[in-house]
Structures are given as C-alpha cells and as structure tokens.
Ligand binder design. Structure first.
Ligand SMILES: Cc1cc2nc3c(=O)[nH]c(=O)nc-3n(C[C@H](O)[C@H](O)[C@H](O)COP(=O)(O)O)c2cc1C
Length: 181
C-alpha cells in the first residue's frame, strides 16, 4: 500500500477478527517501525507493552481500581474492567519523562509520531488500530503493571486486531494553509 493510501485509509476501528491474535513477531515489527519517528535529542522515549489473553482483563482490573480510587463514575469503572478484551491484542505505548518539562513535552510529541508510524504500518498490513486514552487517574498504575519506569506518561492504550472491515472516512475539513512568500 502506498503511504498516501495508508494515511487516508487508516481509521480508528476495532472491527476485528476476535479469534485471530497478532503474533509476537508482528507486534515487534510494528514497534520497530514506530521507532523511526523523529525524536529531538534522540532520547528514544517510547516504551511498548504487548498485552494479550488473560492479561487484558488484569489490565482492565488495574485500570478500574485506579479509576475507582480516583472517584470516577461507577458505570465507567465497570466498563473498564472488561473493555480491553474487545480485541485480541492491546498495545500500551508510554513516553518517558525528560529532564525538563520541555523535553518531556517533546518526548510525548515524538511518541505520538511513533504511534502514527505504527498505525500506518498496521493499516498497510490489514491490521485495525484504535487509539484509546489512558483514564486520568490510571497512568501510574498502568506504568507499574506493564513495567515502565515511574513517571512514564501513558500515551495510549491501543486496540489491535486483523481488520474485518474498515469504516468509510467522514469528510475532513480542508487543510488551512497560510502561504507567506
Ligand atoms: C491522543 C489521542 C487520544 C485518543 N483517545 C481516544 C479515546 O480515548 N477514545 C476514542 O474513542 N478515541 C480516541 N482517539 C481516537 C480519535 O477519537 C479518532 O482519531 C478520531 O475520532 C478521528 O477518527 P479517525 O482516527 O478514524 O480518523 C484518540 C486519538 C488521539 C490522537
């Protein structure tokens, strides 16, 4: 798939084959491609944790407990317990803190670029991706659960699986470009 087509075709979707897990080697290939993202000062700030099988529910329990302690709505807490089992694969992507707040912000920018690399590479392989945010009060608990260093920001909890269908893209507003000559 041409890179332009992958960019336009990628959608946030979890319409996947629930019974077909992505192999470890494929997850590792996608994470390797992610690491070619631009990264100021070459801090290599990305961290990846692949979650499958029963660990998806254990991740859900850790997140639900953290949300509960944070005072989140009980319906959302109950949903969090099971929702990571909706796709065969979950990928937690973290961004380590920098030595200044500017470096931490740039690390997060680099990790977002890495995440897009990963999603485009997945799209080109027929893999659906869905970027989910980590609930507010759960970053520390998730970092601890997956073994990331303390203070790691959880950039996203990604749902992955072999795509069964890809929704049509709703129209995008045109890019507004200011040209200055
Ligand atoms: C930083 C970030 C966090 C996101 N968090 C969520 C989320 O928690 N839940 C969700 O449904 N979508 C989340 N998304 C996905 C967006 O909702 C999605 O990209 C948007 O609806 C546009 O759809 P598209 O990706 O198919 O173009 C997130 C996207 C980004 C970049």
């Amino acid at each position: 798939m041409h890179v332009d087509d992958a960019i336009r075709f990628r959608r946030t979707t979890m319409v996947v084959d629930a019974d077909r897990i992505l192999e470890r080697s494929l997850i590792e290939e996608l994470c390797e491609l992610a690491t070619w993202a631009p990264n100021h000062k070459r801090t290599w700030p990305w961290r990846f944790a692949s979650i499958t099988a029963g660990a998806r529910l254990r991740l859900g329990a850790v997140i639900a407990d953290a949300m509960d302690a944070h005072g989140d709505d009980s319906t959302k807490v109950a949903k969090a317990r099971t929702k990571y089992a909706r796709t065969p694969n979950i990928l937690v992507i973290g961004s380590v803190p920098g030595d200044t707040s500017e470096r931490s912000a740039e690390n997060r920018d680099a990790v977002a670029a890495a995440a897009q690399n990963l999603m485009l590479a997945a799209t080109a392989r027929g893999i659906a991706t869905y970027w989910g945010s980590c609930p507010k009060g759960a970053h520390e608990a998730v970092a601890r659960f997956v073994g990331f260093e303390p203070g790691t920001h959880i950039a996203g909890i990604f749902y992955l699986g072999w795509a069964r269908d890809t929704p049509d893209a709703p129209a995008r507003p045109p890019a507004r470009v200011i040209h200055i000559d």
